[in-house]
Design a protein around this ligand. Structure first.
Ligand code: TRP
Length: 322
């Protein structure tokens, strides 16, 4: 059975972009014969100086609850948290021995920190090594990622090759599955991203979602004019959220709908689509033990796997007797 890993940093509220890029995919995979691991990359938040690290535990809690509310079944998808497993950082130390600093300095994250005149912290500089540990230690086959993460996976494959050459064949090179089609547009027309403040958060209060929808940029055509659905951000979201957008399309083309009404219709389909999930989320968000119960259930199983693999690695590199 193929093992698939999806990693996500607990930094913000789950939004429509995450839903179509990450969650919808897992919901599909859950129906197939695949072992899915969903991994909260909380240690990676320490490499990001732009976020409030003190909130990480809270964001992690909200993230796990969002996953479950959206239909991820913790019996089928193994949800775990990076900082519960020190084996991952231990392998990172081993990988350091085959890592050079100039190699890390070529990473996008490092270069963009330098370009913005920031002095990169060590955590940021070595981020790709930790990510390689995340993938190599538990032995994953497939990593679905967005294009922005491609370099990290390429690095991971390089470390796997280098390790195998130096210490003996052990790691397999993970395959990426690049999800090009899932770049969801934000309310301003750019890629939906928390850092652009152009998201549609799934579990926010209705008033907030309404405000965000109201802020969707359109051209200046007035009521009564014919509108082009294929060049309209409102219609884009509407079409994404419903199976049948043909009647709104007709109204656009015939000029019988204005942008304001289209926004109301969009709000309706949004609230409809996520109605069950929002009810579930609002219920479980108050449960203080919910997340811990899920995480602790998987801890034993994953510890066993990671301990075994780390021991085998220690033998290979010569830290332990065969
Ligand atoms: N770097 C990823 C991101 O920012 C998160 C991540 C950390 C990850 N470790 C991973 C993703 C391992 C996939 C596999 O989105």
């Amino acid at each position: 059975m193929k093992k698939v890993l999806t990693g996500i940093k607990p930094t913000g509220e789950i939004h429509l972009g995450n839903y179509f890029a990450v969650i919808a995919d897992i919901l599909e995979l859950q129906k197939k014969n695949t072992e899915i691991f969903l991994f909260i990359a909380d240690l990676h938040t320490l490499a990001d100086s732009t976020i409030d690290i003190k909130q990480t535990h809270k964001k992690t809690d909200e993230l796990v609850k969002s996953f479950v509310a959206l239909g991820i079944n913790p019996k089928k998808t193994i949800i775990y948290r990076q900082s519960d497993f020190p084996q991952l950082t231990e392998l990172m130390w081993v990988l350091f021995s085959i890592t050079t600093f100039p190699h890390l300095q070529r990473s996008h994250a490092y270069k963009s920190a330098v370009a913005s005149k920031k002095i990169p912290t060590l955590a940021l500089s070595i981020y790709p090594v930790l990510m390689a540990s995340d993938i190599l230690l538990p032995d994953f086959d497939i990593i679905p990622v967005g294009r922005d993460q491609l370099q990290h996976i390429e690095y991971t494959r390089e470390w796997a090759r280098k390790f195998n050459k130096q210490f003996g064949k052990y790691f397999k090179e993970p395959n990426v599955f690049v999800k090009d089609d899932i770049e969801i547009m934000g309310t301003d027309g750019r890629k939906m991203s928390k850092s652009y403040k152009n998201t549609l958060p799934i579990f926010a209060d209705k008033e907030i979602i309404q405000k965000k929808i109201a802020a969707i940029k359109t051209d200046s055509k007035g009521r009564g004019e014919k509108l082009n659905p294929d060049k309209c951000n409102i219609f884009y979201f509407y079409d994404l959220l419903t199976n049948d957008s043909s009647s709104l399309r007709e109204k656009y083309l015939s000029g019988s709908v204005g942008y304001k009404e289209a926004k109301n219709e969009l709000l309706n389909v949004f609230m409809n689509k996520f109605d069950d999930s929002r009810k579930k989320y609002n219920k479980i968000i108050k449960d203080a033990n919910f997340t811990e119960k899920i995480l602790s259930k998987n801890r034993k199983k994953i510890n066993k796997l990671l301990d075994r693999r780390l021991h085998e690695i220690k033998i290979l590199v010569g830290l332990r007797k065969k």
